[in-house]
Design a protein around this ligand. Structure first.
Ligand code: 4NP
Length: 172
């Protein structure tokens, strides 16, 4: 993995508020990327389709469940998805079908639309079960946040494998 890509692969997670689901993906994948030695090759970001929480920390329940599993979510600040970014994005990971619809409208071109996937498409068990959405834990309790974390972490393993494949393809 020592050779160079022309630019880092840009992977972004999208949910509604960018305080629960997408920050989990962001923090988890970022650490997996670092541990895989791919830090220079992959840029991980996240944002929300809504602007309600822009500039805020992740939800305290998000930070707590991440901390319980050894991840630091304390530095997260919420952002709103910027459609002008689409051209620079490689993989746009939506939490649920509502985000897919919003993103498909904002993408405007087939090339950009092809970048959009549900996060859990990268978890073979979720694909087999046909449960591809990550449920919004915002109105839930700690158990909902734990379930969300477990789903997102499983998907991130598949996302990391996918990223590795992309980087190797680009090098071939
Ligand atoms: P998230 O959860 O999209 O996973 O960050 C939500 C956070 C806030 C709201 C909705 C969902 N809200 O309506 O403010």
């Amino acid at each position: 993995m020592g050779s160079m890509l022309p630019r880092p692969l840009h992977v972004t997670f999208v949910c509604s508020g960018n305080i629960c689901r997408s920050p989990m993906g962001h923090v988890i994948l970022q650490r997996m990327v670092a541990e895989a030695g791919l830090h220079d090759h992959v840029l991980v970001t996240s944002s929300g389709t809504g602007d309600w929480h822009v500039g805020e920390h992740a939800d305290p329940r998000t930070v707590a469940v991440l901390a319980q599993h050894g991840y630091d979510g304390s530095r997260h600040r919420a952002r709103e998805f910027d459609p002008d970014e689409f051209a620079d994005l490689d993989l746009v990971l939506a939490s649920d079908e509502g985000h897919v619809r919003v993103l498909q409208r904002l993408a405007r071109t087939p090339h950009n639309r092809a970048k959009i996937h549900l996060v859990r498409e990268f978890d073979p068990e979720a694909v087999a079960a046909g449960t591809l959405e990550t449920a919004d834990p915002w109105y839930g309790d700690e158990a909902h946040f734990l379930r969300c974390f477990t789903e997102v972490e499983a998907a991130c393993r598949g996302i990391l494998d996918h990223i590795r494949g992309q980087i190797e393809t680009d090098h071939a």
